[in-house]
Ligand binder design. Structure first.
Ligand code: MN
Length: 518
């Protein structure tokens, strides 16, 4: 290490924290969070109309359905609304969680049948619905009022004809923070209802909001950070049967990082449990109070273990694809059916992490071609899909993660369109990043220093784990102090070099790049 390095003599943890703060243009003050900092929910467009309609349903004891979504954001969204209505003494509400392996996203025939048979007249969607133009029309034809709560991107020209829409992304919505998860939007709704009805919401709602927000990988800044941070700092005040149940089967929790890991664990568990006819094992597990809770937990655990082993197999396969890959973007059609459909998005994220270039993974599913796309800063994959939408049946998502369904015969024309868009709008040089947050010595990567960084938690988009530059070190030296994440770059066993790495956990770094120095 050169003698003029700022940290050559003293590598105190404060130095690491200060380097990170400086590189991110933050002060310690900026990291303070408090629920009082949340904006007034009344700023949400249409929230008053939503409150009136749900209140009317409660007074009339009118049957209603919460229409959710089968990912952890959708499950937690459904749960906190369902539970809030329970706590108000209401008993006429049901839920319906569609299964993405059986039907495409949004309101489809299976749910329409459920509503018709149950003669429901009020539907509240959570974490979805904003793209269900046809579905809402069909529900309207059954005489239903449909309230949409969602956080996905709004296409103003095809807004569904709903009774009311609550989505921070609506052009006319004054709620200042646009990046809430689906469950964040529902939390703002029940906070508003709780206020109006003088019926406080349960503190555990913040825990479930944190689980859904972390799982949905929303940017960990602003309101999202305030909400998750609240769940981390008030973890021991939560009174929740499910949390208590899960903790009985979980490692000891000592630090904020441990609580953060517990949030991730809970999210992974809830990613399982897809079922038929609107049922969902994860949601049943949360709602169940009796002994059956343990059985449902076991079912979710088994599915999670199978998922983990499938995932390993798929990652090994993707490693071989990525190893020899040369190009500015990555498109792969899984015609040998190696990647199970439910893992397509996870697989696309894995390739993105390996290669850091826009990635499309496609496969055939239920007679159509489905696709999951991922990209990092410097490109907007939703813009690309919007540009090529005439070839797509249905598409949706976020600027960095989106998916579509298309007729198989459109593949070639779509790909031409997508490639043309990329050539114009994607500049590969912008994505090669050598930015780092701190220069450290190998010996400073330790538990004590890590814990001083917990003030930055939770990690996520726009608030990632720190990137470290470790100068002139060797694999042997670095491994004296910390383990290396498997999914990172390989370091040669011999020789010294500069390492750029993500500090993922107290005892784990993920190598991003390696530059030989001798
Ligand atoms: Mn979501």
């Amino acid at each position: 290490m050169k003698p003029d390095e700022p940290n050559s003599n003293m590598d105190s943890s404060n130095d690491i924290l200060n380097q990170i703060l400086k590189s991110r243009n933050l002060s310690q003050q900026d990291l303070q969070t408090n629920l009082n900092m949340l904006p007034d929910e009344a700023l949400f467009a249409n929230i008053d109309k939503v409150e009136h309609r749900i209140r009317a349903a409660l007074y009339e004891n009118e049957p209603m359905v919460i229409f959710g979504h089968d990912d952890p954001d959708g499950i937690t969204s459904t749960y906190i609304l369902y539970n809030f209505l329970n706590s108000c003494g209401y008993q006429k509400h049901r839920y319906y969680i569609p299964n993405r392996n059986l039907e495409p996203h949004g309101i489809q025939a299976g749910f329409i049948d459920f509503v018709r048979e149950g003669n429901y007249k009020l539907i509240v969607t959570v974490d979805n619905g904003i793209a269900s133009l046809e579905g809402v029309k069909q529900l309207n034809a059954l005489g239903c009022d449909v309230i949409i709560t969602d956080h996905h991107i709004v296409q103003p020209e095809v807004l569904p004809p709903a009774y009311a829409i609550m989505n921070p992304q609506l052009p006319q919505c004054d709620y200042p923070f646009k990046q809430l998860a689906g469950v964040g939007v529902v939390l703002m709704l029940i906070r508003y209802l709780g206020n109006k009805w003088e019926h406080p919401i349960e503190p555990a709602s913040y825990f479930w909001t944190a689980v859904g927000s972390v799982a949905d990988k929303v940017p960990m800044i602003g309101m999202n950070r305030i909400l998750v941070r609240y769940a981390l700092e008030h973890f021991y005040e939560i009174q929740d049967d499910t949390v208590e149940f899960l903790l009985r089967n979980y490692n000891r929790i000592n630090t904020l990082s441990d609580i953060n890991s517990f949030l991730q664990y809970t999210a992974h568990l809830l990613a399982n449990g897809r079922d038929v006819k609107g049922r969902h094992t994860a949601l049943r597990f949360i709602l169940q109070l009796s002994d059956a809770k343990a059985d449902l937990f076991q079912e979710l655990e088994n599915q999670k273990n199978k998922w983990d082993s499938d995932l390993n197999r798929v990652f090994n396969f993707l490693d071989t694809l990525a190893a020899d890959f040369v190009g500015n973007w990555f498109v792969y059609y899984d015609d040998e059916d190696i990647i199970p459909y439910p893992l397509l998005g996870t697989a696309a994220t894995y390739i993105l992490n390996k290669l850091n270039i826009p990635t499309l993974l496609l496969k055939s599913h239920n007679g159509d071609t489905v696709c999951e796309g991922r990209c990092s800063e410097g490109f907007n994959i939703m813009d690309a899909f919007t540009h090529c939408k005439k070839y797509l049946k249905q598409f949706g998502g976020h600027p960095k993660a989106a998916g579509f369904t298309m007729q198989q015969e459109n593949y070639d024309t779509f790909l031409d369109c997508f490639n043309n868009f990329l050539l114009k709008h994607f500049h590969p040089s912008h994505t090669a990043s050598t930015k780092y947050d701190a220069v450290v010595a190998a010996k400073d990567i330790n538990r004590e220093n890590w814990q001083k960084l917990e003030i930055l938690l939770p990690w996520g988009q726009l608030n990632p784990e720190p990137t470290l530059l470790i100068r002139n070190t060797s694999k042997a030296e670095i491994m004296n102090y910390v383990a290396l994440d498997n999914s990172g770059r390989e370091i040669p066993n011999q020789g010294k070099g500069d390492i750029l790495a993500l500090w993922k956990a107290a005892n784990m770094i993920k190598v991003l790049s390696w530059q030989q120095t001798d």
